[in-house]
Design a protein around this ligand. Structure first.
Ligand code: FAD
Length: 496
């Protein structure tokens, strides 16, 4: 028997259900990765993440070759080319079965459906959940629907964890003598990701170190960007170099138990992993989320601003609000941003500048090393007030008080805004009067909006959507609903 493993966003040998199952029964196993450069570009993914991906493919090739498994890189332009490419490769390299872990975004699901139709079950296709602790779609309300609110979802998720535990798979046994790994190098624009150590072992080490030193005070420390209080594991989770099951196992190993409720040690971190799952389960149940649609259809009617100058100022960290600017310059320089800052800059873009969350989502994707659709879309729609269990529309972060609370001494701000280095801490969150007085030649911009007025405008934008007397759906709601139904119909019967 010859088994083929198709690697996608699961670049690891440990706890990889597709790889593990392909390797049982003494089959001869080989592996492929299909790179689609144009698709990558059209999904707007970043050059730093592409570099990280390329390095991880090389590392995966080395890991697999130790197990006697050869990893081949196939290259096509777009997902639509995949069925033919795979069929042609399989014609030259016949296999009895194809193993893969499920991907959840709409284009990937369409690609997989096309592959399934093209191959006509030769070889047979076997698909697994390697991306979430519980398979998206498997946790539903009593009426069989996906939860739209996080808390009941997390309760069911925890109940399932109590009932069934989680399944952690070891790396498979070696299938043959070690091979010489192939050199794998992706084409396309890349920005160095060398700051992030590469490989499963590096990810496992970071996970263990985080659990040992930061799990206990995560609930408090996670909010302060100047402190290394979060795990920094998102780039690894996004490419599947690390699995959520491995995170659960590390928590359990550290604490001797799995925390199951708020207030228990370690629960705050586990809760973030449940948020990750929530957004992934939502994406499967509501495929329109992959297509730029708002989760709340009525918010499709929001009148976003078209001010390209304001957008540029936000992108470049030139808004005149120090915490926003420091966060954006950090993102531009490193490809990563702390969660508290992601919430602040997302609120600022949508509720102070009144620019569409779609612009922010795209910009993040083009910069982030951990960019991934479900969490990015979920985070942006949460901040904009258009998403599932989103921040209430009248809750608008005040960028100045957020800075005061979470970067009180201005350490993070000074790290990224050298022009504010001399501003006394007392004035660091509103530095303009001080700068004008003491450094008249300074280059730091004045605030591009007045927060108080901008906040009222944002609330008015949402209020304008309310029309309680309306009996019929608006054109926005109708088209969103129709698109959602069409997609679910289209994806019915999918195997992968
Ligand atoms: C506007 C916005 C955009 C975002 N875009 C992304 C994105 O493209 N990719 C991404 O991985 N995360 C995204 N997040 C979620 C979160 O900011 C990052 O996961 C987190 O900052 C990564 O740092 P960490 O690994 O140190 O996280 P930790 O705090 O250590 O959390 C552990 C893991 O839990 C998951 N996680 C944590 N917070 C969230 C959350 N709010 N939603 C979903 N998963 C979460 C991540 O996988 C993270 O690695 C976004 C959040 C917002 C508000």
């Amino acid at each position: 028997m010859r088994h083929l493993v198709w690697f996608r966003s699961d670049l690891r040998v440990a706890d990889n259900p597709a790889l593990f199952e392909a390797c049982v029964n003494g089959a001869t196993v080989s592996a492929i990765y299909i790179d689609c450069l144009e698709q990558w570009q059209s999904h707007g993914r970043s050059a730093i993440q592409r570099d990280f991906l390329s390095r991880h493919l090389q590392a995966l090739s080395a890991e697999l070759s130790q197990l006697g498994i050869d990893l081949t890189l196939l290259e096509v332009a777009r997902f639509s080319d995949v069925p033919q490419c795979l069929a042609a490769w399989l014609a030259k390299h016949p296999h009895d079965a194809l193993y893969a872990n499920r991907e959840i975004a709409i284009d990937e699901r369409r690609r997989d459906k096309a592959v399934q139709a093209h191959l006509k079950n030769t070889p047979s296709i076997h698909v697994f959940n390697g991306d979430c602790v519980f398979n998206p779609g498997s946790l539903t309300t009593q009426s069989g629907d996906m939860y739209k609110v996080f808390t009941p979802f997390s309760k069911t998720w925890l109940a399932q964890l109590r009932a069934s535990g989680f399944r952690l798979l070891p790396p498979p046994n070696a299938q043959a003598k070690p091979l010489t790994p192939r050199d794998i190098e992706l084409k396309g624009e890349r920005v160095s990701s060398n700051h992030w150590p590469c490989g499963e072992r590096a990810a496992a080490q970071r996970l263990a170190q985080f659990c040992e030193s930061h799990l206990y005070d995560y609930g408090h420390a996670r909010d302060y960007p100047a402190v290394a209080g979060t795990s920094g594991l998102s780039p690894y989770l996004a490419l599947g170099v690390l699995s959520p099951n491995q995170c659960l196992a590390a928590i359990e190993q550290q604490l001797g138990f799995l925390p199951m409720s708020r207030g228990e040690q370690g629960f705050a971190w586990l809760n973030e992993l449940i948020w990750r799952e929530f957004y992934r389960h939502l994406m499967v149940a509501f495929p329109q989320l992959s297509m730029n649609r708002a989760f709340k259809p009525d918010t499709e009617g929001l009148q976003w601003s078209q001010d390209s100058g304001a957008f540029q100022a936000w992108c470049q960290g030139q808004t005149g609000y120090p915490i926003v600017d420091a966060a954006m310059r950090c993102l531009n320089a490193t490809g990563w941003m702390h969660n508290r800052l992601r919430m602040i800059v997302a609120s600022f873009l949508t509720k102070d500048l009144h620019l569409s969350w779609r612009q922010g989502e795209d910009y993040f994707m083009s910069c982030l090393i951990d960019g991934e659709l479900a969490a990015n879309n979920g985070g942006w729609q949460w901040a904009a007030g258009t998403g599932a269990d989103a921040a209430p529309y009248f809750r608008v972060f005040n960028p100045t008080t957020q800075g005061e609370r979470f970067d009180g001494k201005g350490e993070f701000i000074r790290q990224w805004l050298p022009e504010l280095a001399d501003v006394p801490t007392k004035y660091i969150h509103s530095p303009h009067d001080w700068l004008n007085q003491h450094q008249p030649a300074h280059q730091y911009p004045a605030p591009i909006v007045d927060h108080k007025r901008a906040r009222l405008h944002a609330i008015a934008m949402f209020d304008a959507l309310k029309d309680n007397s309306r009996e019929h759906l608006s054109p926005h709601e109708l088209s969103a609903q129709q698109q959602a139904q069409a997609m679910l119909k289209e994806l019915d019967q999918e195997v992968i």
